[in-house]
Design a protein around this ligand. Structure first.
Ligand code: GLP
Length: 264
């Protein structure tokens, strides 16, 4: 696992967007398959990618996307649905084909079938080239809450009280308004991606980052699964490193220039 430490959120976003744009642009023949998250963490990256697109530096015309998750029971046009989030904050501003966008349907009559179809669609696309993600304060990726199987696939998960509390800010501050379940890719689904890039910003993520980087692989912090991935990068800001050992931070800061040369 590589830790790329930047001074602040804007720099994290810039680095991540540049990295993804490069990956997409260097792909010449088959489409590039990109896994995407929602939440506040990737917003800056989306803004930077939109800017790079407008400058002509990257095209999404041959990009296929799969989003990580969606709340159960929210229609696509609900202001807090992840469908709405993605179109408002990213897809509407780039040259992506609508038919290349995949987001789990939170209103599916048979949610388990919807999850199986999603996994099959990922496989049919050739698998995910790069999965971008964020992390919850308790270390969860997508909606793989603490205790999730580290080999899990796309399925329905019950959200923890902590996650509903953390996401209440988008639902008028009331955790009871946050849906209790979600459809989410599994830890195994993320691990199958050829590359994983996680954005971590702010002190409220510092304990999750410490657990994921310095402690053992543990289903109570599903981000820690990245220790078993061949090609994983966590891009974080200084504030998020607050709980890491000084030596850990120094090591990754010293080797930063090499991350540009892809030596993970
Ligand atoms: C939700 C999402 C995760 C996201 C997390 C953190 O739980 N399902 O994918 O990483 O929120 O969100 P934020 O970036 O807003 O802190």
């Amino acid at each position: 696992m590589r830790l790329v430490i930047r001074p602040n959120y804007d720099e994290v976003s810039r680095w991540t967007a540049w990295y993804i744009a490069e990956r997409i642009s260097e792909r010449k023949e088959k489409p590039f398959v990109l896994g995407l998250p929602t939440g506040s963490s990737p917003l800056g990256t989306y803004k930077e990618l939109i800017a790079l697109h407008k400058q002509g530096a990257v095209s999404f015309a041959k990009v296929i996307t799969f989003n990580m998750d969606e709340y159960a029971g929210l229609p696509e046009n609900h202001p807090q649905s992840y469908h709405r989030f993605m179109w408002d904050n990213f897809f509407s501003h780039i040259d992506i084909e609508k038919s290349n966008v995949h987001i789990l349907n939170g209103m599916a009559e048979d949610p388990l079938k919807e999850c199986d179809i999603y996994e099959a669609a990922i496989t049919a696309s050739g698998g995910i080239d790069l999965f971008l993600g964020g992390v919850g304060p308790d270390g969860h990726i997508a909606f793989n809450e603490p205790g999730s199987s580290l080999v899990s696939r796309t399925r329905v998960k019950t959200l923890t009280a902590d996650t509903r509390l953390a996401n209440a800010r988008f639902f008028g501050g009331d955790p009871a308004q946050v849906p209790g379940t979600a459809l989410t890719v599994g830890v195994g689904t993320v691990m199958d991606a050829r590359e994983v890039v996680i954005v971590v910003s702010g002190y409220n993520k510092a304990r999750a980052l410490k657990q994921a980087v310095e402690e053992g692989v543990n289903h109570m912090c599903t981000l820690s699964c990245l220790q078993m991935h061949r090609r994983a990068i966590i891009v974080c800001d200084d504030a998020a490193t607050e709980e890491l050992r000084v030596g850990t931070v120094r090591y990754f800061k010293e080797i930063l220039p090499f991350s540009e040369s892809r030596q993970l």
